[in-house]
Design a protein around this ligand. Sequence first.
Ligand code: TMP
Length: 284
Amino acid sequence: MEWMGTPKVSAAHEISATALPLDALRKVPRRAIALLRMTVLSRGPQLLLVSFRCMSRRGKFITFEGLDGTGKSTQMRKLAAVLREAGHKVVETREPGGTATGEKIRKVALDSGTAGLAPLAEMALMFASRAQHIAEVIEPGLAAGAIVLCDRFTDSTEAYQGSGRRLGSEAVRELHRVLCGNLQPDLTILMDSNPQASVNRARRRNQRVSKSSSRSHDENRFEQETRSFFGRVRDGYLAIAKREPGRVAIVDARGTPGQTHQKILEILSSKLALAGPKRTHHVR
Ligand code: TMP
């Protein structure tokens, strides 16, 4: 195989070459060499068969999942604060939403005024928001080495549309492959709680927000669903956790916010090689 010039190296990209002449290596900038882990596979008279890979400076992708009202957003904020304090670059974002376009989609998808939305259209809206979110926020954040914390991702679609709306897991996973490049979180925190209690909590919160704001839209559409719908959503989540125990960690969200936060910190330190927080955090 002929070497086609100087490799372009960036911390965000993985590079591999099956064959390159020795003097091609001399063209690789010093800065880039410092980033390369080289594995010499075999030697020929003129060629070194090497493969090399950028030392990963890619960030980590952590998602929060669970039924409405399980306290995901609170826990995500608490974790973001700890990670920032430990010196990490952190991006906090959410779905549906996270971009200007995604937030418009969120209004349509969550507003109780959006009547008669077909389940497939609902799923398509979630993926439209996500594809934009990955392109605009998630991938650039990871490429810049940030820890991207995301309130909901494709597991929500699998649980709510796949299981809750009975569209099936396979459709969701196939769309994820096609539209999201099969991007997988490094870690997913699944906040598990009693469905009825969580949804009641979410309803109270959203009613408060609707009353206190002058918005013409609300975020109540899903909360009008039945108890059996939320039962199916929870079953969907538990099935994902069973299928992917390495990625998905279930957290019992019925304790105090401080206790739940502590559990999440423990999961983080056991599952991800992140530098720990500078100071000890006590259970409140
Ligand atoms: P939240 O932002 O308050 O968690 O609410 C988002 C709602 O949208 C929640 O009821 C779950 C729903 N949802 C889906 O049905 N499918 C999805 O893919 C996502 C991201 C959210």
